[in-house]
Write a protein that binds this ligand. Structure first.
Ligand SMILES: O=C[C@H](O)COP(=O)(O)O
Length: 321
């Protein structure tokens, strides 16, 4: 029997490096792909049920801007959207109050602007760090970047791993690097971006997931959004099963964040079905589930508008995100 689960929101303290927990992992890729293919059609969600799942997706979104031309003004507009992600008239029609996104996610130099814009709304600011997106910088600079983001006020840190450690099977190097990042994060909760599109095999995805959790990551995240292939359902299924195995071994609950390329309301529902069926209802809340997305919210709001009014809103009503 698994150890008793920890409370939501508590940190994952990690463990010593335990390669024996993942060394023998073999993945049946066709079986994973078949299972993943069932998820988008697993539930035919209609009307109120569909609206409820879409509203839940909104509260789990890390509303993101990670572009070279980001400005403080753009970040302020993103934050306004995070605090009021769906038009007030639509929410009122559904009897919903106080809906925000799970967080906003920005580059370190934009954290202070995001904190100012969000004020005391309670919406956390997540900062990417450690040489996002490639991570190819000396470790001391990557750790310094975490400290900079924290000084600016970041509540959560999304780190990137050195893909070469995974490709060479150097699990000790990967563990030590993530452990050092976790220590640099202090009280801020940490998401480890595995950049799964760079990892070459589902076995590597599973092994990197285990090492990231053993090193104390509070969430594991698929992608930066900048790889050639970003979040996919097969990769997400493998990562969720690693989370389940880690919980069975330790009792610690680690969150999951698919990111990159999630654009449609249908995506938002498919990934929630995955969480519900593989990890259970507790993984449908922002403490344990985030969707990293820059443009998903627009389609969700469009579908919610259709649900409430019977019409699709004009694009200008969903101008941001
Ligand atoms: O972490 C979030 C991703 O960078 C967002 O990717 P996206 O722009 O494809 O939604």
């Amino acid at each position: 029997m698994s150890p008793t689960p920890k409370n939501p929101g508590t940190r994952n303290p990690g463990t010593d490096l335990r390669p024996d927990w993942f060394a023998d992992i073999r993945i049946n890729t066709p079986a994973v792909e078949r299972r993943a293919a069932t998820l988008p059609v697993r539930r035919s969600l209609k009307k109120d049920w569909q609206a409820a799942w879409l509203l839940n997706a909104v509260r789990c979104i890390d509303l993101t801007t990670l572009a070279g031309d980001d400005t403080e003004d753009r970040v302020a507009r993103l934050c306004a959207k995070a605090m009021q992600p769906v038009a007030p008239d639509l929410l009122a029609a559904m009897g919903v109050e106080g809906l925000t996104t799970g967080a906003v996610c920005v580059y370190p130099t934009m954290v202070a602007a995001a904190k100012r814009a969000l004020g005391n709304s309670g919406v956390p600011v997540a900062s990417v760090a450690t040489g996002f997106p490639a991570g190819l910088m000396p470790l001391d600079l990557r750790l310094a970047e975490i400290r900079f983001a924290l000084d600016q006020g970041a509540d959560e840190i999304d780190i990137v791993i050195t893909r070469a450690h995974v490709l060479r099977g150097d699990w000790a190097a990967l563990y030590d690097e993530i452990r050092a990042m976790r220590e640099a994060c202090g009280p801020a909760r940490m998401k480890a971006i595995l950049a799964t599109g760079d990892l070459k095999s589902l076995e590597n995805v599973a092994r990197a997931s285990h090492v990231a959790m053993q090193a104390g990551s509070d969430w594991i995240k698929t992608s930066t959004g900048k790889e050639g292939v970003n979040a996919t359902l097969p990769v997400s299924l493998v990562m969720c099963r690693a989370i389940r195995d880690y919980q069975a071994q330790t009792g610690h609950r680690v969150g999951f964040k698919p990111a990159g390329g999630l654009r449609t309301a249908k995506d938002a529902i498919s990934w929630q079905v995955l969480m519900r069926e593989e990890l259970g209802r507790d993984w449908l809340a922002p403490d344990l589930f985030r969707i990293g997305a820059s443009s998903l919210l627009g389609d969700i709001e469009r579908q919610i508008s259709h649900h409430v009014t019977g019409r699709y809103a004009a694009a200008h009503r969903q101008a941001i995100a």
